[in-house]
Design a protein around this ligand. Structure first.
Ligand code: CP
Length: 346
């Protein structure tokens, strides 16, 4: 039984920042191969007879469907799990510990994906901590399917889309990461992951948001450090227009404020009401005209809050790559699974 990649076999993926740059390139190169040769790739049976658990605390369109397709296309099976179908210990109820669950699950499957977002925790960071606890006890790789801090599969799909549209060398390409007003009160995971991986690839980063919408300071410090190592620019502004000037890429997404948790609960309604007070923070065609040559790419992890974060004209316009990036989720996840769980078939 020979792993496809001896170095990556068994490795967790909680955040792309934890992986060496060369290993991220390995995923992206393999994802490109798998996209080009979707059903006939030599690793198409690398999960044959094997099961991947998908453990969802929160709903999903892209993540569940793309992981399930990915497992099928690698010759394996993805099993959907949710907490209500298990008997796990919580802060208020007796039940099975993560140690026991992770050790037992490791005896059945070859990998576990976990999603836990903002409304299933009582304070920022708890979702990511839960994944790390599973990773500590499990003998098989844990793949982050989006927690409250990071979303590595999304970040890799984003970069795959940018490299296909802007060229493989993203150094000095200008990214505007801009807060969008919205009615969905999003966690920070997709945005923080994109900032981390874009800065690893040498992009100049402008982060724009209204006062009061700071992201995790430790993550921002890591982004700043990535930019410094790559001789790239990093700046933060609080203006809804300025950052569009000469941007190559605009990523407009709503995110919650640091005050989102009150009395141990996610205050979703309060966050929505607060966010809707900033209608000028929408990505529209007029602002996109300011981007490089008026042809800056629009990127978003989806689901899109159309009419709030972005207009239909931009989201469905010729420079939007949202569907291409959504498709890339499948290819990067196949690559991640093949490299961390896959076996060479004779
Ligand atoms: N981008 C993303 O993770 O989408 P879903 O929430 O639909 O899985």
């Amino acid at each position: 039984m020979e792993p496809i990649d001896k170095n990556l076999f068994g490795k967790d993926l909680i955040c792309t920042q934890d992986w060496a740059f060369e290993d991220l390139l390995k995923v992206l190169d393999l994802a490109e191969e798998m996209k080009a040769n979707r059903f006939e790739h030599p690793y198409s049976n690398s999960l044959r007879n094997r099961t991947f658990f998908m453990f969802f605390y929160n709903p999903s369109v892209r993540t569940r469907q793309s992981f399930e397709c990915a497992a099928t296309e690698l010759g394996g099976h993805a099993q959907f799990l949710e907490p209500k179908a298990m008997r796990l210990k919580t802060a208020t109820t007796a039940g099975e510990t993560i140690e026991d669950a992770a050790k037992v699950m490791s005896r059945y499957a070859v990998g576990i994906g976990i999603r836990i977002l903002e409304d299933k925790i009582s304070a920022y960071g708890e979702g990511d901590a839960l994944l790390k606890e599973y990773a500590y006890w499990a003998d098989i790789p844990i793949v982050n399917m989006a927690d409250d801090k990071f979303h590595p599969c999304q970040g890799l799909a984003d970069i795959m889309g940018l490299r296909r549209n802007l060229g493989k060398d993203l150094r000095k390409k200008r990214l505007l990461m801009v807060w969008g007003h919205g009615a969905l009160a999003r966690s920070w995971c997709s945005v923080q992951e994109n900032l981390l991986i874009s800065s690893r690839f040498g992009m100049d980063v402008t982060l724009a948001y209204p006062e009061g919408y700071d992201l995790d300071p430790e993550v921002i410090e890591a982004v700043r450090e990535n930019c410094r190592k790559n001789n790239a620019d990093f700046s933060t502004i609080h203006d809804p227009y300025e950052g569009y000037q000469d941007a190559d890429v605009v990523y407009c997404r709503n995110w919650m404020s640091p005050q989102a948790y009150r009395n141990g609960e996610f205050d979703k309604q309060g966050e929505i009401e607060k966010a809707l007070k900033y209608p000028e923070w929408i990505c529209d065609a007029q602002k996109m005209k300011l981007t490089r040559g008026g042809k800056g790419l629009f990127i978003h992890p989806m689901p899109v809050d159309r009419g709030h974060e972005v207009t239909d004209e931009v989201a469905s316009g010729p420079n939007s790559i949202i569907y291409e990036v959504a498709e890339n989720r499948l290819h990067v996840q196949k690559a991640i699974m093949a490299l961390t769980m896959g076996i060479r078939q004779k």
